[in-house]
Design a protein around this ligand. Sequence first.
Ligand SMILES: *Cc1c(COP(=O)(O)O)cnc(C)c1O
Length: 392
Amino acid sequence: MISAVMPTYARIDLSFVRGEGAYLFDVDGQRYLDFATGIAVNALGHCHPHLVKAVREQAGKLWHTSNMYQIPGQQKLAQRLVDATFADSVFFANSGAEAVECALKMARKYQHDNGKPERFRVISFSNAFHGRTMSTIAAGGQEKHLAGFAPNLEGFDHVPFGNLNAVRAAITNETGAILVEPIQGEGGIRPASSEFLKGLRQAADEFGLLLIFDEVQCGVGRTGKLFAHEWAGVTPDIMSVAKGLGGGFPVGACLANEGAAAALNAGSHGSTFGGNPMAMAAANAVLDVVLAPGFLESVNKVANKLWTKLSDLAAAHPVIIEEIRGSGLMIGIKCKIDSTVLRGKLLEARMLSVGAADNVIRILPPLIIENSHIDEAIQILDDVCAQIEEAS
Ligand SMILES: *Cc1c(COP(=O)(O)O)cnc(C)c1O
């Protein structure tokens, strides 16, 4: 018989009742080190006092009105995002897929409004992930996500990630935009090189295309900059953001420069829940912390420490670990053995991680971790690797 909850996930038989900082507690009171953070969502860990306070206060005042009205929390959050990024304007949604959907609609509408309605196609990349709606599975182009859902949304051309020649060769007079994750997350923590992102910017400018960065996973301080593309010194025209933005409260955002954003005029796009007062209270509270002087510096400091120790770990266990890759606190452990074996052992040792494509384990700790959490994680990893080596 089918479960009451639709069986769309292969869930671990584990449920948590409470969280505190970098730890989760299960129904039996067992403590887990959370280096998964709900897939890069709990950016400030669990129950960060500033977030709890902000959401509690908002809950006692007002939950929802409508985008029929002005929403001061949206104005505040949008202005802060505009001040801190390339963007001139922000649309609020509830998830990553919706933020990408907004970006894709904006790109089509922009080309249409500029007299080029034939430029509806978007170049996206191998191993990409942009969400699970009809448009975002088409953008991702993964057979495992598309199977059974035909006909697929028309208009996406996939080229190998990192290959500029292939991008240029794929551009036709029907191409309107390029969509890329500056660091592929689900695809196995694969960072785009700065040269690649610069080359995409050049190609976009040369051919009149919009450049869209999907920073749903790598954004909001995860790499030690507010947004990952800042490391490359390249700016997009449009950017999707979600996961870490609400610190655990569902919120997504599509940021754009004025030229692109102007395409979504009144009536052209919308969302009932998008940017509601609760979500805005949570996201503004996250930015209070992430934008505070010194916060990103401290992320970089702990990230450097974690990278040093992970590199030592990889050197000590060459039979198990092939490579450490990623940026800041968005880290992939590329395994030589079956990564699900290592991940299972980590779980037994009560350390949470996330799987990814390409036999990679994702390490996505909260941005507020301290040296003690790093020491604890490395100790567990080292013990578990030793166990596996002994058994084989
Ligand atoms: C998770 C993710 C999405 C989809 O976000 P949802 O909130 O699950 O819709 C889109 N793009 C990237 C890069 C992601 O990591």
